[in-house]
Design a protein around this ligand. Structure first.
Ligand code: TXA
Ligand code: MG
Length: 347
């Protein structure tokens, strides 16, 4: 049995009690401690972004390579001018349009931001989350908070409080437990240090939405389309999001996916190997009793993806097939995470 050494705050408490506890946790952040907190994308593992020792604690808690930079979370617009310099007009347009929300901007860093936070880079990733508890915590601490996704490096991001304590309680100083993450996929990361904006990590805020706001073309980092190219965002090169189960992505038209899966399912000795097929709700009938609902559409699939990956481990599933999604831009972000979880096993 593990011994929990971290403080746990449950946000379902009444407001007065919660405010008191959030103040205690905010003070912990001020003294260089690590705190897991909810955001609208995924849970984050935070510490003071301007304190090199605190940033190092984040890397240690996650077992994260030190060249993989952290995202700095703020609650006030002015903070971006403190943390970054040479901010372009386009970057300001995106800030106005999408903050608070799931968009992270890569900007040239000011000398206030230590290299420990940026993984040695001269640029800094900044976002203003919309989750009210995250905002309140950052406000109370009066700090910029560096926070990667709250999971052990290489494991799926955590979107459901169910997994926080067992994975992180022995590694951090406090955990704030709240509802399931509203979006369920990490923020879109966009590099704004050049005249042409480049999306380094896809997310809920898609390319066309950004192009509409900027009224100009935006690029996708070439490595998103060609896996042989090195990604510009250091975090995108690591194996990611992997559950213990073997994950396979199934591609093709709806009929092709059905045919491939029905033939695979008929090959297995189901007493010997535990297999599941994850698909949208309207396709579940095809694969009973092995189907798992991914939700009604890609938006729900995004919200459910990491929870399903972790749930497969809880249920000791050995092999899990995912049908590909192709309805809209968010499905590209979902598929980006899924292909990583599958370690490129695609049929
Ligand atoms: O939604 C999110 O972004 C969540 C929540 C907690 O805010 N955070 C998150 O952090 O996903 P993390 O560390 O898991 O992913 C940050 C990504 C990594 O791929 C990292 O390499 C990239 O952002 N990144 C951070 N700073 C960068 C920089 N200066 N240049 C390029 N990429 C950067
Ligand atoms: Mg992460």
């Amino acid at each position: 049995m593990k011994t929990n050494r971290c403080m746990i705050i449950d946000t379902s408490k009444d407001e007065l009690e919660l405010d008191k506890e959030l103040k205690i946790v905010a003070n912990m952040l001020k003294t260089g401690k690590t705190v897991v907190f909810p955001t609208e994308t995924v849970y984050g593992l935070g510490a003071n972004a301007l304190d090199p020792m605190a940033a190092k604690k984040i890397y240690k808690a996650k077992g994260r390579p030190s060249d993989n930079p952290l995202i700095v979370h703020i609650s006030k617009y002015d903070d971006v001018d403190f943390l970054a310099k040479d901010i372009s007009d386009d970057a300001r347009v995106l800030i106005k349009a999408f903050w608070p929300g799931p968009l992270t901007l890569i900007l040239n860093k000011s000398d206030k931001v230590p290299l420990e936070t940026t993984g040695g880079l001269d640029t800094v990733a900044i976002r203003m989350p919309s989750n009210p508890i995250a905002r309140k915590l950052i406000d109370l601490a009066g700090l910029a908070i560096a926070a990667p996704s709250a999971n052990i490096s290489g494991r799926p991001s955590i979107t459901s409080s169910k997994y926080l304590i067992e994975e992180l309680c022995e590694r951090v100083d406090a955990i704030i437990i709240s509802d399931d993450s509203e979006i369920g996929l990490e923020s879109t990361v966009i590099d704004m240090t050049d005249s042409v904006a480049v999306i380094l990590r896809p997310g809920k805020i898609g390319k066309s939405e950004i192009e509409k706001v900027l009224n100009k073309e935006v690029k996708l980092d070439p490595s998103l389309k060609n896996e042989r190219l090195a990604p510009k965002s250091p975090g995108m090169k690591y194996k990611h999001y992997s559950p213990k189960a073997s994950v396979v992505v199934v591609t093709g038209s709806l009929d092709e996916m059905r045919d491939k899966l029905l033939s695979k399912l008929s090959d297995y000795d189901h007493d010997k190997i535990k297999v599941r097929v994850v698909c949208l709700e309207n396709r579940m009938g095809l694969y009973e009793p092995y189907s798992v609902s991914w939700g009604k559409d890609s938006l729900e699939a995004a919200k459910n993806l990491f929870k399903i990956l972790r749930n497969m481990d809880d249920e000791k599933i050995e092999l899990v097939y995912f049908e590909s999604l192709s309805d809209g831009e968010i499905s590209e972000a979902v598929m980006n995470r899924l292909i990583k979880a599958a370690g490129k096993q695609v049929i």
